[in-house]
Design a binder for this molecule. Structure first.
Ligand code: GDP
Length: 471
């Protein structure tokens, strides 16, 4: 059944299982973790369907079309270092915030609101695609529109290309701000040429990407840029239902000495009010106060509005979703349930064997066998090491080389070690970079040696609980 699902002949699946040390027949059930690893070998990703009662704790109701209203766009500024992202954000805030609230200084809460022709645009304060993609990795997409800043005197640079890819991966529209046009060396046409080489064809060139030449320094053309943001937002038809309990995303958080856990959230749907019971990740509580980007206390926050929330029991993480719950008790119940689940997952993740904790686990009687995946540069060393290793077994723990081979430590070695709760030893060989990444992800203990004596000594020390931690 599994083979059919991933589109691979059953015999090949059985062969892969054998390589992992699992002698399965065609009707045998396999663990999800095993299935996942096999699917991965065939370049397939599988997902575990949770049984019904295990389903996510919160069900967020859908809105019907007639309840939806337009909401302001949320914008992230991206681009290469020194191309003027921060200057552009500052310039926009200075011209658009301070002249409205006489003398009002923008607080740093992680995002700020500006007005253009009476319409609101929300800017995320942390420019760059790293924060943006970090959030996406956590399943949160906050940004509606990306402003790509390209310095007209420098053109497209590596981080510009990265930013383009990240925005495209998130499927959000890009508006190009060709910055520093006040510089004598500015070359707008060259930037457009380079943009088209990177898949962004601007309108002047017959494409549909909007570009606006600006100078953050001189404040030139910023209104035009913001108008374009509004235009794109209109085309995107960004909508939300302000008349429902709020949901949104945590974009920043910290523990404030006087105020306790503080989180800046952006409301993606509904209206958030003081007094609302909320859950955000594992944090929960009742909203004690809402503070806007000007540092003023407010009573509510409508869709797309960034606000600081006070009243949570702990600091949630950026990227956590927050949801208004029917009662404080419901929020607490779910928060505690999630905490337990998180703890279980952490325990599971750290229960992999490592040389460092071998002794402790031996003492607790948890480990009677240490399995090793061994890779070396030549066949001769493999045999010598295998024999030396197996010789140091004692009554408490049996050492076993479950797989050995000549060549670099590769992904398959890490997968095997992970599936079998083994450690990986490389002798005179290095792991591939993807193997390093996988070992980290799977929390597999991987060590490399150049001298057999040191290898044996480390294992002996580990068995006595005397191994120095490796950093
Ligand atoms: P970021 O690294 O992308 O955030 O870039 P910054 O905003 O820190 O700007 C880098 C440098 O470029 C600073 O020295 C700015 O003063 C300068 N800069 C930014 N915008 C302009 C502009 O429009 N014209 C000129 N001449 N310089 C600018």
């Amino acid at each position: 059944e599994f083979a059919t699902l991933i589109g691979v002949p059953p015999t090949q699946v059985i062969m892969s299982l054998m390589k992992m040390g699992i002698m399965a027949n065609i009707n045998q059930n396999i663990k999800f973790e095993t299935a996942e690893k096999i699917a991965f070998e065939f370049d397939k990703l599988v997902e575990l369907k949770e049984p019904e009662e295990e389903k996510e704790d919160i069900i967020i109701q859908e809105d019907s079309e007639e309840d939806l209203e337009l909401r302001p766009p949320i914008v992230t500024v991206m681009g290469h270092v020194d191309h003027g992202k921060t200057s552009l954000l500052d310039a926009i805030r200075k011209t658009k915030v301070t002249d409205k609230e006489a003398g009002g200084i923008t607080q740093h809460i992680g995002a700020s609101e500006v007005y253009i022709n009476g319409k609101k645009v929300v800017f995320l304060d942390t420019p760059g695609h790293e924060a943006f993609t970090q959030m996406r990795l956590r399943g949160a997409q906050v940004t509606d529109i990306a402003i790509l800043v390209v310095a007209a005197d420098d053109g497209i640079m590596p981080q510009t290309i990265e930013a383009i890819s990240h925005a495209k991966a998130a499927n959000i529209p890009i508006i190009v701000a060709i910055n520093k046009i006040d510089k004598p060396t500015a070359n707008i046409e060259k930037v457009r040429q380079e943009l088209s080489n990177n898949g962004l064809l601007v309108e002047d060139w017959g494409g549909d990407v909007i570009d606006v030449p600006v100078s953050a320094k001189k404040g030139e053309n910023l209104d035009k840029l913001l108008e374009m943001v509004l235009l794109v937002a209109e085309m995107e038809e960004l909508k939300a239902n302000p008349n429902r309990p709020a949901v949104g995303t945590v974009i920043e958080s910290n523990l404030d000495k006087g105020r306790g856990p503080v989180a800046t959230v952006i409301v993606s749907n509904g209206t958030l009010k003081v007094g609302d019971p909320v859950i955000a990740g594992t944090a929960y509580g009742k909203i004690r106060a809402l503070v806007n980007d000007k540092g003023q206390r407010v009573k509510k926050a409508t869709p797309s509005t960034p606000v600081e929330i006070l009243g949570l029991n702990e600091v949630p993480m950026a990227g956590d979703q927050f949801v208004v719950m029917p009662s404080e008790k419901a929020a607490r119940t779910i928060g505690e349930k999630r905490r337990i689940k998180q703890r279980d997952e952490q325990m599971k993740a750290t229960s992999k064997i490592t040389l460092e904790d071998l002794f402790d686990k031996m003492q607790e009687g948890e480990v009677k066998e240490l399995d090793i995946v061994l890779k070396a540069d030549v066949q001769g060393s493999l045999e010598a090491i295998r024999q030396s290793i197996e010789k140091i077994s004692n009554e408490q723990v049996q050492l076993r080389v479950i797989h050995s081979g000549v060549g670099a430590v590769a992904d398959s070695d890490i997968m095997l070690a992970s599936a079998s709760n083994a450690i990986v030893i490389g002798f005179n060989v290095r792991p591939t970079s993807s193997a390093i990444a996988m070992a980290e992800r799977e929390q597999v203990d991987m060590r490399t040696y150049r001298i057999i004596y040191e290898l044996i000594e480390d294992i002996e020390k580990a068995m006595k609980g005397m191994l120095d931690p490796e950093y």
